[in-house]
Design a protein around this ligand. Structure first.
Ligand SMILES: *[C@@H]1O[C@H](CO)[C@@H](O)[C@H](O)[C@H]1NC(C)=O
Length: 168
């Protein structure tokens, strides 16, 4: 059970990450359209910080998002791929990115998010044991997929402070 769960979870996280990487690789800035999104984002609670067998750290967290991305939509917008990721720096990697939640928006009037004390959709797992006391940023990323032309990505990052210093 345990390993099946983990495999599934890894696959799910992997898909989220692939979408994110695709967005980043194909991104270019749309200079013609100036959007004016209104965004608040934060980490609400660290409910647990545990170490799994094999040494992976997992943080169980909840977060808040208050975002109005309606102004991102233009006549040429097919959909938005919106996701929240945690970012932190370790000795091995300058940037570690873990996708925690994502959503696809196909209509302008649906591009309003009010998530309060929300659980992550994907597990916040570090492949090592690097999360204790770690400074973490949360970023809301919106990848704009146009009907015609190239995708582009914009983001809003906040620093949310340190993870607990010990496992809880
Ligand atoms: C976190 O955000 C701060 C300020 O926005 C930035 O200077 C820092 O490089 C970020 N850290 C990571 C790991 O992305």
């Amino acid at each position: 059970m345990h390993s099946i769960y983990h495999r599934l979870n890894t696959a799910v996280t992997f898909f989220g990450t692939v979408a994110a990487v695709l967005c980043i690789l194909t991104s270019s800035t749309d200079l013609l359209h100036k959007s004016n999104p209104n965004i608040k984002l934060g980490l609400r609670e660290v409910r647990r910080l545990v170490q799994h067998h094999g040494g992976k750290d997992q943080a169980v967290v909840t977060f808040d998002v208050n975002a109005d991305l309606r102004s991102v939509f233009t006549w040429n917008t097919k959909q938005l791929f919106v996701y929240v990721q945690a970012e932190y720096e370790t000795q091995e990697n300058r940037i570690n990115e873990v996708v925690l939640w994502d959503s696809i928006v196909q209509q302008k009037d649906k591009a309003v998010f009010k998530l309060s004390n929300h659980k992550t959709k994907y597990a916040f797992i570090d492949p090592g044991h690097n999360l204790r006391g770690r400074d973490v940023n949360l970023t809301l990323v919106w990848c704009v997929m146009p009907r015609v032309g190239r995708m582009y990505t914009e983001r809003h990052t906040v620093s949310v402070g340190k993870m607990p210093a010990t496992y809880i």
